[in-house]
Design a protein around this ligand. Structure first.
Ligand code: ZN
Length: 179
């Protein structure tokens, strides 16, 4: 698997170092969330002063809601914490263990999040787990048009190992029935 970092701006080394630190931390915490019944993805939202605003795991199965991806849960928690449906004035960054799926790209776009940093790319998530991440043509460019900064493929090997462990342990890969 490639772990060449991708970005839709000229890579800023300090932003990348911060993202590596946070995403690696999320990947190290994720097995504890999985052990508690969560799905294998974890997202955190920080403000521009480095304060944690929200941290949420995927809860599709344990809360029986197909929308409850980590990013959607974290955005919802941040909006609740800050009492707003428009996060843009808070200048927030979202960090997530894997590339956002088609639904979460929409959720992020409408939330006012300013920067997105992700770990394992969707192609690798799909190969390891069988989850369908959707279709997302040129999304880094589309986000750039909307002034949303994206950095991806951060600490990929560590993230892939958590996903492999999720599968090896026999956890559920939930999909709608398409037969
Ligand atoms: Zn998603």
């Amino acid at each position: 698997m490639t772990d060449t970092v991708v970005a839709n701006e000229k890579i800023n080394p300090s932003k990348l170092e911060r993202a590596k630190e946070i995403i690696l931390g999320l990947q190290q915490e994720l097995p504890y969330y999985i052990a508690g019944g969560s799905g294998p993805f974890l997202a955190a939202i920080y403000d521009d002063k480095g304060h944690l605003i929200a941290k949420e795991a995927n809860s599709v199965i344990n809360e029986t809601c197909s929308h409850n991806h980590a990013e959607m849960n974290a955005i919802k928690a941040a909006e609740k914490a800050l009492n707003t449906y428009d996060l843009s004035e808070h200048n927030l960054r979202l960090y997530v263990t894997a590339e956002p799926c088609i639904m979460c790209l929409g959720g992020i776009m409408w939330s006012g999040i300013k920067e997105v940093y992700y770990g394992v790319p969707s192609k690798s998530v799909e190969q390891i787990t069988g989850f369908d991440e959707g279709f997302k043509p040129d999304w880094l460019e589309e986000f750039k048009k909307r002034n949303i900064v994206v950095y991806g493929n951060i600490e990929v090997a560590a993230g892939e190992q958590v996903l492999r462990d999720y599968i090896t342990a026999g956890n559920t890969v939930y999909q709608p029935d398409r037969d």
